[in-house]
Design a protein around this ligand. Sequence first.
Ligand code: 3HC
Length: 324
Amino acid sequence: METLLTAFQLPDLESRFQARIDAEDKIEPKDWMPEEYRKTLIRQISQHAHSEVVGMLPEGNWVTRAPSLKRKAVLLAKIQDEAGHGLYLYSACETLGVSRDQLIDELHSGKAKYSSIFNYPTLNWADIGAIGWLVDGAAIMNQIPLCRASFGPYSRAMIRVCKEESFHQRQGYEIMLTLSKGSKEQKAMAQDALNRWWWPSLMMFGPSDQDSKHSAQSMKWKIKRFSNDELRQRFVDMTVPQAELIGLKVPDDQLKWNEERRSYDFGEIPWDEFWNVVNGNGPCNKKRLADRVNAHNEGKWVREAAEAFAKKQAQRTDSKLKSN
Ligand code: 3HC
């Protein structure tokens, strides 16, 4: 599209586009947008969708091992929500002119990323509590501002997603509360889960601001409203008191309240580990991708049946319209 515009038209279009962003307009799929805006939205929204779908795998591991029928039902409801979040986000992404098949191929080929957090194993039931409390808690911190993202379909998908995420976070925290009030062994399980999930949860917010290659432009385009470090800090400030309330200790000996800043100082994130996992060498990267590809292949007949049914329905409607 932009090749058709002459050199002097583009700057004017781009400045008018930025003026719309600055005026807090919502950009809709059919509106003119810079190619780079469209590309970075496809990048972020598709990786967000992939994260939702891959995120079901570590939790799925515990559906058959849940300690009670109630816990099983709650976990199933959460996993079902995550699938729905993935579908909203894939649909939002498709409005930018990419196909679902292309996005799925990019995930399965390893070309597209998903959140590093889902490449860690879930070793026991306390991990399911830690995931709900910390991972969904971090997701909420990151997703609430996305409800005000400049791209309409993304911000609207986020409003629905965030309503369900707060249930996810609460049920996770309730699991950790129950364990921390339980036997010595159960409290130890909860502390061990916090020890293993704390730092990977902080990594969910992305690299530090100085290492983030997309943040500046994403904030100018109001896709991102806050920087990675700002949201990470808010998450730490919100979560540390929650850990203390249930008698658990955050695994960071540099963590301390800074009265002057009115927030917590905390230790350096293990960035080598972060980039190692992002680059495919985490504990479960290979298994997650293999499980996703298998699930997709095994589900082929379901997609074909749904398409055949939809085609039949369309034919029925057509013939009804013709006969009227
Ligand atoms: N895992 C994997 N890759 C990550 C990452 C992480 N935790 N954090 C950053 N990256 C990648 C980025 O994708 C980018 O790589 P790319 O150019 O190949 O896409 C690179 O590292 C540089 O990072 P930037 O900070 O420059 O990139 P962004 O501006 O895109 O910021 C982000 C990263 C904060 C994750 C942003 O993309 C974002 O807010 N995404 C939407 C939210 C999201 O995807 N959350 C993931 C979890 S979803 C979830 O938890 C679901 C819940 O129900 C459990």
